[in-house]
Every structure is written in C-alpha cells, then in structure tokens.
Design a protein around this ligand. Structure first.
Ligand SMILES: Cc1cc2nc3c(=O)[nH]c(=O)nc-3n(C[C@H](O)[C@H](O)[C@H](O)COP(=O)(O)OP(=O)(O)OC[C@H]3O[C@@H](n4cnc5c(N)ncnc54)[C@H](O)[C@@H]3O)c2cc1C
Length: 434
C-alpha cells in the first residue's frame, strides 16, 4: 500500500539515495532534475567511499594554517578573492566552526554518519546491481616531510580512537603495498575499510534506471520554488508544478536559495574541485592514494587514473581555472614514474559545503513537509545512500537511528549544539549524545 507521494528535487548521489529508500518504503516518488541523474557534482568526484572518515575540514589546526594555506600559490585551498563579498559570511562562520568544541562535534557526527554509510551502500547495490563497480581496497594517504607525517599521525590516532582498521606504513611498507609508487614517501596511512567506485556517474545512472524500472518517475525540469501547506507540497518547475504529500530538497550546491526561503540558516558555499582523466596503458594503482604534500588524489578508474584536486571557495558560476591542476603533471610522474599524463577529459564540480562540515538532514523550519538533505561537502558520494535511509526513517515516523541534532537546519555553525547555559543554577539547552 502506498504511503503517499514524495517529490524529490535533485538527482545526485543524495537525491537518488532518498528516492530509492523512499520508494522501497512504499512512497510514490517523483524525482526532478534539470539534467540527467547523477551527472552533476556526483559525477566527477574521486569515487572514494570514505566510510572511515573521522574529521571535517573545520578544526583548530586548519584555522592556524589558514593564512599560509590561502596565500600559498600551490595550496589546494584557494579563495577566489573577487568572490569575497558573496563568500565572506560563509568564511566567517567557517572560522568560528574551527573552535575546538565545534570541531569535536563535527568530527564525532561525521564519524558516526560515515560508519553507517557502507551498510546503506550495500543495500542499494544489492537492489540496483552495479557491485562490479565497487571495491573495498582501502585508501592510502602518503606523507613526505615531517609536517605531513605529523598530520597523518594525528589522523592515525583518531582512527585508533574510533576503532577503525588501519595500518601505519614505513617507506618499505608503502612500496610493498603499491609497487608502482616512486620511493619518495616517508610514511603511509592505509585506511583499510574504505571503498572505491569506478566512475560514480555510470553507477548512479544505473541506480536511476532501476528506480524507474521499479515504478519511479524521473522528470527533467528546473525547480524554481517549493511551497508547502499543512497538507501538501508543490514544486514549481519551469514546465509544470509537481504536487505531493511531502518533498525532499537535495539539490546539492544549488540548494541554498530554496532552503533559505524555507527557513534554513546554515550557510552553503561552493567548494570547487577539479578532475583530469589520465588514460594508462596498464593499471598502476590498486587503490586511491592521497598525496598530502600537494593535496591531490589519484584514483584508478577503468583504464585511466582520475586526478582530483582543489578546494576553491568561489561563486558557483565563476569560470574554471584549470592551470593549477594541469600544473601537477610533473608531481604525478614523480609519484608514479610509469604514469602517462596525457589528459583525456577535464571537469569542474562544486562540493556543497557547510561551515561545520556537516550536512543538513532535517525538516525545513518553515515547511515541515519539506525535508532538507544537502550540504554533504567532501562526503556526498559516501553519505548519499545513508542520507536516503535517514530521510525515509523520518518520513515513516521511525526514530532516528543516530543523533542528528548536529545536522539541524536551524543550527548556527560556529556554536556547538551541545552548549550548556548556566545561570543562577539553571541549565538550558541539551547536551549532545555524540
Ligand atoms: C573534486 C571532488 C572530489 C570529490 N571526491 C569525493 C569522494 O571521493 N567521496 C565522496 O564521498 N565525495 C566526494 N566529493 C563530494 C561529492 O561529490 C559531493 O558531496 C556530492 O556529489 C554531492 O551530491 P549531491 O547529490 O548533494 O549534489 P549533486 O550531485 O550536485 O546533485 C544535485 C542535483 O540537483 C540538480 N539540481 C540543482 N538545482 C536544481 C533545480 N533547481 N531543479 C532541478 N534540479 C536541480 C542538479 O542538476 C544535480 O543533478 C568530491 C567532490 C569534488 C568536487
């Protein structure tokens, strides 16, 4: 029996995750995207299922390094200075979210979400097929100098505290695990349970086809507004208005204006990143690797390596600047002496990033019939299916399987939701469970 109808806006990893879990739960789902499902931000990422993620970008260490990161010409963190009037409020909130208490809450929530992500992925793979595109070889992070080794060691300690499987490798250990790498690394941190998707855009295309085969409706249209009454919702598109009992807003980095009109307060910015596809005559890597010095990822995908790089805070529609990523060719060859660096394709995408690194997964403050599901930043591919599962639980009235206060749409990033006010012996506010 149908539970009712849901309109999902946005068909990236998050919107598709929501559509599929809602469909499995008995909802009639209409999935609206102005383009083809899974072909925006979720198309060109590094494909890593970062289920062992234990940190977010906002941290006291990042704040300390921020001036040097922003002023360095080689840093992956870049600010498009002429976009500052548009991005300054986000940057201010980000600086506040680097406070130790907020960073700790972000890390704890992110760790809890990522830990559950693999199960949600496996459920969707079982239902939709495509398991041949997903492997679980782990993710290898590599350090050269003392500073990078110390940074990796901090992550190692967090992994240990979280109980995640990992291995600390010396130079010989790195060479044994990935024989194609040049002998330049002092240490490696192998996150043994992370997964990898070979060309995520292809897999998501398959998920969309499975959704349609099971009775779901995919509509190509641009949603310009979302209205809700006490009993129904309406998504106003360019071609038609789509009505339902409930709606989910999962428009990735484009969610901001619609979400703000529905009362969300969490600032959203485009944290842009690039990829280059480098075809290879033979496989050179068994798993994705991260070069800590230059901040790039190399991920094996089919007969190519996908080089991803950059966290560029800019307007969504600013023109691309591929010069820095194209300048990494020499570093790639130093790292993998056998690598060919001819570029077959290039891409720019925008992570939908919040200041505290956490997504919004919550009812819209002014329209509880609309559920907000956006802002997944660096982990949207990893967390897409889990978000769908959490949204389906909410819509069915089942209790949240984990505390989601830190993902509220009403939070003010920069202030932990766990703040306890004490005045004349009176305690207000709730302590987070995390
Ligand atoms: C270089 C790079 C590397 C990355 N690597 C990883 C990684 O290895 N692992 C990981 O987990 N994450 C990674 N990410 C992050 C991840 O790609 C994103 O967090 C994720 O794709 C966001 O998914 P989404 O569904 O929210 O957004 P999207 O994939 O952008 O989907 C949003 C959809 O909404 C549609 N839309 C927007 N507005 C409207 C509208 N008004 N009407 C109709 N449709 C609309 C868009 O067309 C789009 O299809 C990376 C990101 C980048 C840039």
């Amino acid at each position: 029996m149908s539970r009712g109808s849901v309109v999902v806006v946005g068909a990236g990893a998050v919107g598709l995750g929501c559509a599929l879990f809602l469909q499995a739960d008995g909802w009639e789902v209409t999935l609206i995207d102005r383009g083809e499902p899974g072909q925006a931000t979720s198309y060109g990422n590094a494909g890593i299922l970062s289920v062992q993620s234990v940190t977010t970008l906002n941290s006291p260490e990042t704040l300390k390094r921020l001036p040097s990161l922003l002023l360095s010409s080689t840093s992956p963190l870049r600010l498009r200075w002429r976009d500052l009037p548009a991005t300054a409020p986000w940057l201010w909130a980000f600086a506040r979210a680097c406070a130790p208490a907020v960073a700790a809450q972000s890390s704890a929530t992110q760790t809890a979400l990522a830990r559950e992500a693999a199960t949600a992925w496996r459920i969707l793979l079982q239902r939709c097929g495509g398991a041949e595109r997903v492997s679980w070889p782990g993710w290898l992070k590599l350090a050269e100098g003392a500073g990078e080794v110390a940074e990796l060691d901090r992550e190692r300690r967090r992994l240990e505290a979280a109980g995640h499987r990992h291995a600390w490798l010396d130079a010989a250990g790195v060479a044994a695990l990935e024989p194609g790498l040049g002998p330049r690394f002092a240490a490696g941190l192998w996150l043994e349970d992370d997964g990898q998707i070979d060309r995520p855009g292809e897999l998501l295309r398959r998920f969309a086809a499975r959704f349609v085969a099971a009775g779901g409706r995919v509509v190509v249209d641009e949603v310009r507004d979302l209205h809700a009454t006490e009993r129904a919702v309406a998504a106003v598109g360019g071609a038609a208005t789509y009505r339902g009992d409930r709606a989910v807003l999962a428009a990735g980095p484009w969610s901001g204006p619609l979400a703000r009109r529905l009362g969300a307060r969490v600032p959203l910015v485009a944290e842009r990143g690039y990829h280059l596809m480098l075809p290879q005559a033979a496989p050179l890597l068994a798993r994705p690797i991260f070069d800590a010095r230059h901040g790039f990822v190399l991920a094996p995908m089919g007969d190519a390596l996908r080089l991803t790089w950059g966290a560029e805070i800019a307007r969504l529609d600013a023109p691309p600047d591929e010069r820095p990523i194209r300048g990494l060719g020499a570093e790639v060859r130093r790292l993998l002496p056998e690598a060919a660096t001819t570029v077959a394709a290039s891409w720019l995408g925008a992570r939908p990033s919040t200041p505290d690194g956490l997504p919004v997964i919550a009812p819209a403050p002014r329209a509880p019939r609309v559920t907000l599901a956006y802002g997944h930043g660096h982990l949207g591919l990893t967390l897409g299916p889990l978000t769908g599962r959490l949204v389906a639980d909410r819509l069915a009235g089942r209790p949240d399987p984990m505390p989601l206060e830190a993902c509220a749409a009403t939070r003010r990033p920069g202030r932990p939701t766990a703040v306890i006010f004490r005045k004349k012996g009176l305690a207000r506010g709730r302590r987070s469970e995390l």
